[in-house]
Design a protein around this ligand. Structure first.
Ligand code: F6P
Length: 557
């Protein structure tokens, strides 16, 4: 099947270009009912997006032409949808209930997953009960995850979203719940130093999470963590019991000193940014308990079933992906903004940046051919209401339009007076303001009534006018529980896949991040005084290296 004829999409786009969102609402009294989609307690309202009554059928036709149902089936069946690396992308297998076999190169991976989950459950129970001890025999009380990118962002997001508020805890006595879990990703020594400052080396466990176990930042932090332990516990003490590793490179983890029993698998059929459901989610199980980790998996599994089975016309990740593709490629939006109205989700934009941009920031198709159109919009955001006092001015009155995704859990996890009502009202009001704006006529009338003189009036009216007619999606979720968060993250994973299918790209590789890593090698050597820059290094990089070398403050040489 060929794609929807470009001239049909173009004609449709032009038709809409001359129509405001307000006019679309005025023309169709059922627009909200027609374009809002309920599923399992969720409501996804697309009625404020720049789509007309005929747009979704056109987009569904486009998805059919791109072979989306076949791609969805291939994803779940473990076909090698990551063609450039000749691998499946089986994050969905990690949360799949039941023991039906799932073969990768003839090997059933389900027993491997069950075994890894069982080991996670055991370790989480041991640590949380104070039964895992460090080199001095004292129980582990704090855990630090050392990892970056997908080995950091997902687990960090889940832990920060679902952790109960900190409470005073006795420093001695039996440990009955949780442990302190912190995350260190950055190679900036400040990150590790700050994380370690309040911790007792004798009671601290490090999880080195790295699929490759070659990532410079993580290995540097792991080496510094080991040095910190040795400095505190003594040179003769074996500190390896203070480390567990989550990796696809078990040999390297063992070479680092980690006991085989403390090495958890990270398979090559899971992408780093899709790995929080795997042993990379160990910090989640340690912080929240394995039962809540299982609920997270169950929530994601419910979205997997929905994504596989629901007709495209009512399939939430499909609809979100279609509108995302429409906005990025047909309406030309180079950016999209995600605003979770939940402080607990303040790390969501950072997590989505890796998920979406590492997946869909590509310029060639699956066959290596150059793409003719744009791919993913850039993504940024901040928790609401905080973002309202930062970049919403740009959204309401700037010269560019970026569609906004509002994500709003309805029920407060920790109710405080009327604050949840204030929060939700703000989300709804901002989406409404983007839609309706504020007309110059209304402002003029108001300012005249307040006695403004004619001399100041025009400029004052212009400065206050909000054009409106700016698109947004509203995702209302019942609450922010483990199950619902699992649903939210799986929704975004699948929506990202849908967009990739429409762009015609492979969302599961990330070769673009390799170049900077490779080029860092000679610069590290030059800054360390171990080598000179290779011939052919550009003049700017040479100049910057020379400047840094001339500074007295550079350490590590
Ligand atoms: O940033 C590139 C990247 O390869 C990500 O895809 C990955 O999540 C991250 O680095 C960390 O990689 P690893 O888990 O191998 O340390």
């Amino acid at each position: 099947m060929t794609a929807t004829a470009p001239h049909l999409l173009a004609a449709h786009r032009q038709l809409l270009a001359g129509t405001t969102l307000a006019e679309l609402f005025a023309r169709d009294p059922d627009r909200f009912a027609r374009l809002s989609f309920a599923w399992d307690g969720w409501l996804v309202d697309l009625s404020k997006e720049r789509v007309g009554a005929d747009t979704l059928p056109l987009l569904v036709a486009q998805a059919m032409a791109a072979g989306l149902p076949g791609w969805i089936a291939a994803l779940f069946a473990g076909e090698k949808v990551n063609q450039s690396e000749r691998r499946p992308a089986l994050h969905t297998a990690l949360r799949r209930p039941g023991d039906a076999p799932l073969l990768v190169d003839g090997h059933d991976i389900i027993p491997d997953i069950r075994a890894a989950l069982s080991r996670m459950r055991t370790l989480a129970a041991q640590v949380r009960a104070g039964l895992r001890v460090g080199a001095t025999g004292r129980p582990i009380r704090a855990v630090v995850n050392l990892g970056i990118g997908g080995s950091d962002l997902g687990p960090l997001l889940v832990c920060s979203a679902l952790a109960p508020p900190p409470r005073a805890r006795a420093s001695t006595g039996p440990q009955t719940q949780g442990v302190d879990v912190s995350f260190v990703a950055n190679v900036d020594p400040e990150h590790l130093t700050r994380a370690l400052a309040p911790l007792d080396p004798a009671t601290t466990l490090f999880i080195v999470t790295s699929k490759t176990f070659t990532t410079q930042e993580t290995l540097a932090n792991a080496a510094s963590a080991k040095a910190w332990l040795v400095a505190a516990l003594g040179k003769g003490v074996d500190v390896n019991s203070h480390f567990v590793a989550v990796t696809g490179n078990s040999a390297a983890a063992r070479a680092f000193g980690t006991a085989s029993a403390d090495v958890f698998p990270l398979w090559d059929w899971v992408g780093g940014r899709y790995s929080l459901w795997s042993p990379a989610g160990l910090p989640i199980a340690l912080k929240l308990g394995f039962e809540r980790f299982e609920k997270l998996l169950a929530g994601a599994a419910s979205v997997d079933t929905h994504f596989r089975e629901e007709p495209l016309e009512r399939n939430l990740p499909v609809l979100l992906g279609l509108v995302g593709w429409w906005n990025a490629t047909q309406l030309g939006h180079a950016e999209r903004v995600v605003v979770p109205y939940a402080q607990a989700l303040f790390r969501l934009p950072a997590y989505l940046q890796q998920l979406v941009l590492e997946s869909n920031g590509k310029r060639v198709g699956r066959d290596g051919g150059a793409l003719t159109g744009p791919t993913s919009a850039a993504l940024w955001g901040e928790a609401g209401t905080n973002g309202q006092h930062a970049f919403f001015q740009w959204l309401h009155q700037g010269t560019r339009e970026a569609p906004v995704e509002f994500i709003v859990p309805i029920t407060a996890t920790h109710p405080l007076a009327n604050q949840q009502t204030l929060l939700i009202a703000n989300a709804l009001a901002q989406a409404q303001a983007l839609l309706v704006g504020r007309s110059p006529e209304a402002i003029r009338t108001e300012l005249l009534a307040r006695g403004m003189t004619a001399a100041d009036l025009d400029a004052a009216v212009a400065a206050r006018t909000c054009p409106g007619n700016r698109a947004s999606t509203m995702l209302l979720m019942p609450e922010l529980s483990s199950y619902r968060l699992g649903q939210l993250l799986a929704l975004y994973e699948h929506r990202t896949f849908v967009e990739a299918v429409l762009y015609g790209i492979n969302p599961f590789d990330q070769f673009g991040v390799e170049l900077g890593k490779t080029l860092a090698g000679p610069i590290v050597a030059a800054l360390a005084g171990a080598a000179v820059l290779p011939p052919g290094t550009d003049a700017s990089t040479r100049g910057l290296v020379a400047h840094v070398l001339a500074q007295p403050g550079l350490t590590g040489r």
